[in-house]
Ligand binder design. Sequence first.
Ligand code: ATP
Ligand code: MG
Length: 62
Amino acid sequence: MFNPFFTTKDPGKGTGLGLFIVRQVVEKNGGRIYLKETKVGEGTTFRLEFPVAAKEGAKIIR
Ligand SMILES: Nc1ncnc2c1ncn2[C@@H]1O[C@H](COP(=O)(O)OP(=O)(O)OP(=O)(O)O)[C@@H](O)[C@H]1O
Ligand SMILES: [Mg+2]
């Protein structure tokens, strides 16, 4: 589902690029994607985690 152009939507409905782009943005920012195991047709829950400071020496604001 994270592969480009993979879609289960009807022809002409989905590009299959949604999650591919999400994964790229998360990876570029040093984050992680967690995916809840679910049954087909039930939807699912994605959890995205990002580091507080991606760059060394960056100021951490809490
Ligand atoms: N929230 C979700 N719950 C369950 N399955 C999902 C979810 N989001 C995406 N998927 C599955 O992953 C496939 C790829 O998702 P992706 O977002 O990359 O493309 P899409 O949603 O099919 O197309 P588009 O984002 O262009 O509308 C979907 O076709 C669907 O099968
Ligand atoms: Mg999508």
